[in-house]
Ligand binder design. Structure first.
Ligand code: NAD
Ligand code: ZN
Length: 357
């Protein structure tokens, strides 16, 4: 097929307080007495959000450790534990940022597909539909709530399980849930959305579908990060929708230079996606002059510290590996620089960029 025929999230609830409707949403998915499993970011342990999760009968909450980004080994371990404890489950509902959303998608797929999640890192390798999975974002920006992937770090690569079975069956968008996020974290994740827009709108894969979503998302980001005097309740609502639209925009295009570089930073240094994007984006004015110019203004306005000199202590070996990880992301370079991207960028250009970070 030459045109992508991709699935979208079939059900979405939006509104302040909509997460309170969870019981109504969860009850009909209960099958043959199998439990509903709730994943919640570990930051919600003993917090009011966790107390609002309607755990009933044999249901269970699992607090997901997000101190590192999701690993294939962690996905496999939770899948094995769930199979051992329950055999089958009715579904998984995940509360958190991109990490928990990706864990929810991945474990749901691994409940019905044999082997390790590492076997499915790539495109269209997943054979069977997963168990029911729903996402409830508590940070806005990654677009993981709408995307067809769940990004995992495996033994050999950091790559998502991209498949038609990956998108959520249900998403609940409740802006109240993003309200308490720490300022810097919310900024880094919000910038993920802003960078998705810049990379999509300036990419060679752009088409009217991506453009319509990307422009809306960018408008909402600029309104709240540049134009408005202060962040307010409406900003949380706007960012939740910007994240959604930004995710839709890259569904039919691709990300670009910052994401390619950020994947390298993450693989070698364990730097998280949002921060890594910011570290990279700060140094690539040459590729996205206007986008980076506005980004620097946002960083100043929100008084966020972008880590510096993160590559200063890398060995030659590590640097080479990082450059290779980034260079291997062919579709990202092709989107950013066109079919002849290899004429425009090589190991040396990447190394020089990394040395500035
Ligand atoms: P995250 O989920 O990794 O969370 C970052 C931190 O914020 C964690 O410490 C967490 O405990 C905390 N946190 C989350 N919600 C909070 C809240 N409401 N209040 C207080 N603290 C809160 O951050 P993220 O930026 O949302 O997600 C990054 C992940 O998303 C990466 O693993 C990345 O690979 C993935 N990602 C996936 C896609 C996709 O399409 N699937 C797209 C982009 C990024
Ligand atoms: Zn991203």
């Amino acid at each position: 097929m030459s045109f992508k025929n991709f699935p979208m999230v079939p059900r979405v609830v939006y509104g302040r307080g909509s997460a309170e409707q969870i019981e109504e949403i969860a009850e009909p998915i209960r099958k043959n007495g199998y439990p509903i499993i709730y994943f919640a970011d570990h930051c919600f342990e003993n917090k009011s959000l966790a107390h609002h999760i309607p755990v009933k009968r044999n249901d269970k909450i699992i607090f997901i450790d997000t101190s590192e980004e999701p690993k294939t080994s962690y996905v496999d371990k939770i899948r094995d534990d769930l199979k051992e404890e329950f055999g089958k489950i009715s579904g998984i509902i995940g509360y958190g940022g991109g990490s928990v959303m990706d864990m929810t998608k991945a474990v749901s797929l691994m409940m019905t597909n044999p082997g390790s999640s590492a076997d499915y890192q790539g495109w269209d390798l997943v054979k069977n539909e997963g168990v029911y999975h729903a996402g409830v974002p508590t940070l806005s920006g990654t677009g993981a709530e709408v995307s067809r992937t769940c990004v995992l770090t495996g033994p050999v690569r950091k790559l998502g399980m991209n498949s038609d079975f990956t998108p959520f069956n249900q998403v609940i968008l409740d802006p109240n849930l993003t309200q308490g996020a720490p300022k810097d974290q919310a900024f880094f994740t919000g910038m993920d959305c802003y960078i998705h827009c810049i990379e999509s709108l300036n990419g060679t894969f752009l088409n009217a579908f991506s453009k319509s979503y990307g422009e809306k998302a960018l408008e909402l980001c600029k309104k709240n990060y540049l134009e408005k005097a202060e962040w307010d309740d409406e900003s949380n609502e706007d960012l939740m929708m910007a994240s959604w639209h930004g995710g839709m925009s890259i569904a039919y295009s691709q990300v670009g230079v910052a994401h390619a570089l950020s994947y390298g930073l993450s693989y070698i240094l364990g730097i998280k996606h949002g921060v890594g994007n910011c570290i990279a984006f700060d140094q690539i004015e040459e590729y996205y002059p206007e986008g980076v110019h506005d980004f620097k203004k946002m960083v100043d306005k929100f008084q966020v510290e972008i880590p510096k000199n993160v590559c200063a202590h890398l060995s030659d070996n590590e640097m080479n590996k990082m450059v290779q990880v980034a260079l291997n992301l062919v579709p990202l370079w092709e989107n950013a620089l066109g079919k002849n991207w290899k004429e425009k960028i090589n190991e040396n250009t990447l190394r020089e960029l990394y040395e500035k970070m």
